[in-house]
Design a protein around this ligand. Structure first.
Ligand code: 13P
Ligand code: SF4
Length: 343
């Protein structure tokens, strides 16, 4: 099947462009034309004007983002329709609007600047575009949140409370100056004076990273005191702030790659990526922080459904195409373009 995929790639040439996120399995990564973190993949999709078909080996919000950023004539396809992101599903437009109404009552009209993590539905990006906000990825969250916090408004950060908290804290916002919005109950919770709230964190999280527990981190530190522990900022603050480094998947890869031979790392992120780090850096000692860090959705993309997608394209069947409606895309692109210009 892999040989068949290679053959189709050769036949189609520049018409076909396969993108893969770092959490994909090795066989998919080897077949991709570009591999990256969410920022790099969004930029790469936008730059490619030649491909008629962009096959996104990742999850649904990534394919949506690519569809928004590419030309109308380009089709974006996701090999498995069911490859979603549970964190992205923790926020939708209706609940974001409800939150905006509550925050405007609490803090005043036009005082809220919504910023969403790219791991969100297109409709949430559109919500941010409508209110003058933007998008961040884990690769640019510091730069963009810094901009947002300087806009003399209260930032509403969706949907990942962990990336929001970790990044805001590193930018000097105190934990007491952060409010939490419980999107399930529609309740806002903060302990400081109203005037001191700088950021409201939507209560979403990525289960792959959120459930790496303190005990796991502490055990790794005690057992391997001479290892550097590096992790993804979707991890909870309790461990992220004690790590020796945190950043996007691209950051984690480069941190290991650029370290001298003999370096020792414990890495807290998705297992496919850590397994590849181990394989690609035989001169270093690398361990996974929590071997249960598996994203079942990323793993739904297989050589089988990639092959099926390419066969479908050849047959003129685009049932795996991901499209964002024009109105949503028009608002979302404002938020995404603002991100790309600030990156
Ligand atoms: P990055 O590759 O942008 O760090 O994103 C990680 C992730 O969770 C993607 O789903
Ligand atoms: Fe979503 Fe987490 Fe999987 Fe990324 S790793 S796709 S954020 S569930």
């Amino acid at each position: 099947m892999i040989n068949e995929i290679k053959k189709i790639k050769e036949e189609m040439g520049e018409e076909l462009f396969i993108l893969a996120h770092h959490y994909q399995t090795d066989d998919i990564v080897a077949l991709a034309d570009a591999v990256g973190d969410s920022l790099k993949l969004a930029q790469t999709a936008k730059l490619n004007k030649r491909a008629k078909y962009i096959v996104f080996c990742g999850v649904h919000f990534m394919a949506e983002t690519a569809d928004i950023l590419t030309e109308d004539s380009q089709r974006v396809l996701l090999p498995e329709a069911d490859a979603g992101c549970p964190m992205a599903d923790m926020a939708d437009r209706a609940s974001a609007e409800k939150c905006m109404t509550l925050l405007s009552e609490e803090f005043g009209e036009n005082k809220i600047l919504p910023i969403t993590y790219v791991n969100s539905k297109a409709e949430v990006k559109a919500f941010c575009g409508k209110y003058g906000g933007t998008v961040v990825t884990s690769g640019n969250a510091d730069r963009i949140l810094k901009w947002g916090l300087g806009e003399n408004k209260i930032v509403l950060f969706l949907p990942d409370q962990n990336l929001g908290r970790n990044t805001a804290y590193d930018l000097g916002v105190k934990l007491e100056e952060m409010a939490l919005y419980d999107q399930i109950r529609g309740k806002l919770c903060y302990s400081c004076k109203k005037e001191d709230v700088k950021i409201v964190l939507w209560g979403g999280y990525c289960h792959v990273h959120h459930f790496i527990m303190d005990e796991t981190f502490d055990l790794a530190r005690r057992t391997y005191p001479d290892y550097e522990i590096i992790l993804h900022p979707e991890c909870r603050y309790d461990i992220a702030e004690r790590a020796d480094g945190k950043g996007s998947t691209e950051y984690l890869i480069n941190r290991v790659k650029n370290a001298p031979a003999g370096s020792k790392f414990i890495v807290g992120t998705e297992k496919n990526l850590v397994d590849r780090l181990i394989k690609n850096n035989p001169d270093k000692d690398i361990k996974i922080l929590d071997s249960k860090s598996i994203c079942r959705n990323m793993n739904k993309i297989t050589a089988e459904n990639l092959f099926e997608t390419l066969e479908d394209i050849k047959a003129g069947n685009f049932s795996k195409q991901v499209t964002v409606d024009k109105e949503t895309a028009a608002q979302a692109v404002k938020a995404l373009d603002r991100m790309l210009s600030l990156s």
